[in-house]
Design a protein around this ligand. Structure first.
Ligand code: BES
Ligand code: ZN
Length: 469
């Protein structure tokens, strides 16, 4: 092969790029720490200033790295868009991620402050470390540092980094149809998820959808003495528990009529593939400090987590929460809850079925109000596209281990809409780990995985650039 012949599709990353990423590791880590110091909590009205700073930070990083950037206002928080030059005939890739984070509470459980990134035992601890600043920054780093070598990228890369993923992506959802031309691409690359296990990278071909809601059961106009009035009025906390109990049976099956309508069952072949992955329920139970795992009867825990619908109470409030006892009948009780949905389930239809169920099962003596929350359908992508082939090779090149194909149970509300509006398949490449503590105290991201993710990202651009045109 002489130096002018086209690269074979199996060529690894050119050494100068590899060396640049290696040389810049400390600086890249330092930059992640800068971004993590900004407490961009999208659900907290007090954090609007931080939301703007986090968007400014990433926009500036992209612009100073040589990309053309654009700030796109929405009905919610701004989108940050950036692009590298078009490469005629080569695929166009859209990298999506989010700069918003979940609230860090309870603060007293953090060993170091949620917005004071700290390294312990090879992990970087901070809110947003894995979800999603650390992960999306791997792609920004790979692009910016590639460009810093003076070599052109072999594919065009567009970035779309939003600030409302953790609150349902309303702004992006509304704006997406108008942005379809700007965002036109052949595939969407997302790293906002996990590897299968430590040392076992994965490509995720399916995510569950979500339907969240908040309900409130009202009783007497104010808290009452439970001695004077117990026996005369319905206790709203008990009514709420009865309602919750009516929605799920002891085997973990959801009892809402019509809930499973449309739900596409997994093929025996897919169940076989999922159940063929190494997994240990007893070990997971031990890690999570629960006496035993629990879930819908008849399915393995991986199938239940990734591909079966579930119901969870996320928060429950009623009555006296302070120290000591207080003998009252609370005036109200409320619950935040969510359903994870699987392919074929329509969030709007599920919402209607749940609302019907709640009204039908409401005990006498209290009133009910329902506040609808986020809704997004599940996502399934191809497992055999050329993009998957390129990603497999890139991951093996960076991690030294071939990835396994998995689904995951979390939701990225906009992904199904990307498929529908942009006609592009999604490539979900998680660099995180299941025990990273996303949404929990002491969220972390492995420093090595940050660097390996960056390397895999660069290797992906290189492999995608070699796909036959
Ligand atoms: N990074 C997660 C999504 C995720 C979690 C994917 C676990 C794969 C495995 C994302 O940031 C997230 O938490 N999404 C929310 C969306 C919701 C608030 C609408 C979720 O899944 O709860
Ligand atoms: Zn999240």
């Amino acid at each position: 092969m002489n130096s002018l012949s086209p690269a074979s599709p199996t060529d690894p990353l050119p050494p100068p790029i590899h060396e640049r990423l290696q040389r810049d590791r400390d600086e890249a880590l330092d930059e992640l720490c800068q971004w993590l110091r900004i407490g961009s909590i999208s659900s907290d009205p007090r954090a609007v200033g931080e939301m703007k700073s986090a968007a400014d930070w990433i926009e500036n990083k992209l612009r100073s790295g040589g990309l053309l950037t654009r700030r796109i206002p929405t009905c919610g928080f701004d989108l940050v868009y950036a692009e590298t030059p078009a490469v005629p005939g080569a695929p166009v890739v859209l990298v999506y991620g989010h700069y918003d984070v979940q609230p860090p509470e309870p603060l007293e459980l953090w060993i170091s402050g949620p917005f004071e990134p700290t390294i312990r035992d090879g992990n970087l601890f901070a809110r947003g470390a894995t979800d999603d600043k650390g992960q999306v920054l791997t792609h920004v780093q790979s692009v910016v540092r590639w460009l810093s070598t003076g070599r052109p990228l072999p594919v065009q890369i567009k970035f779309l980094i939003e600030g409302e993923e953790e609150v349902g992506s309303d702004g992006l959802n509304q704006a997406l149809p108008e942005l379809a031309d700007l965002l036109a691409c052949d595939c969407v690359v997302i790293s906002d998820n996990s590897q299968y296990a430590d040392g076992q990278p994965a490509i995720t071909y399916g995510l569950r959808g979500i339907l969240a809601m908040e309900i409130r059961v009202d009783g007497p106009k104010q808290d009452l003495h439970s001695g004077s009035f117990g026996g005369a009025v319905k206790n709203p906390a008990i009514a709420l528990c009865q309602l919750i109990n009516s929605m799920i049976d002891a085997d973990g099956r959801i009892s809402v009529e019509g809930f499973y309508d449309g739900c596409i069952p997994l093929s025996a072949e897919e169940i076989g593939l999922i159940d063929g992955l190494p997994s240990d329920d007893a070990q997971l139970a031990q890690e999570l400090a629960v006496p035993t795992l629990f879930g819908e009867a008849g399915f393995s825990s991986n199938v239940r987590r990734w591909a079966r619908p579930t119901f969870d109470v996320n928060g429950l409030t009623s009555g006296h929460q302070g120290e000591g006892g207080k003998t009252i009948i609370p005036s109200f009780a409320s619950a935040k809850f969510s359903f994870r949905l699987t392919p074929g389930q329509d969030p709007d239809k599920v919402a209607a079925a749940v609302s019907r169920h709640l009204h039908q099962h409401l005990p006498a003596g209290v009133t009910l109000s329902i506040e609808p929350g986020h809704g997004a359908p599940a996502m399934i992508s191809s497992t055999t596209s050329p993009f998957i082939t390129a990603a497999k090779a890139a991951i093996e090149e960076a991690f030294g281990v071939a990835p396994v194909m998995i689904r995951e149970g979390g939701s990225i509300p906009i992904v199904a809409k990307f498929q529908a509006e942009l006609g592009a398949d999604c490539l979900l490449l998680g660099w995180g780990l299941n025990d990273d503590g996303a949404h929990s105290p002491n969220e972390k991201f492995s420093v090595e995985d940050y660097h390996r993710g960056t390397l895999a990202s660069a290797a992906l651009w290189n492999r995608l650039g070699q796909l036959p045109r």
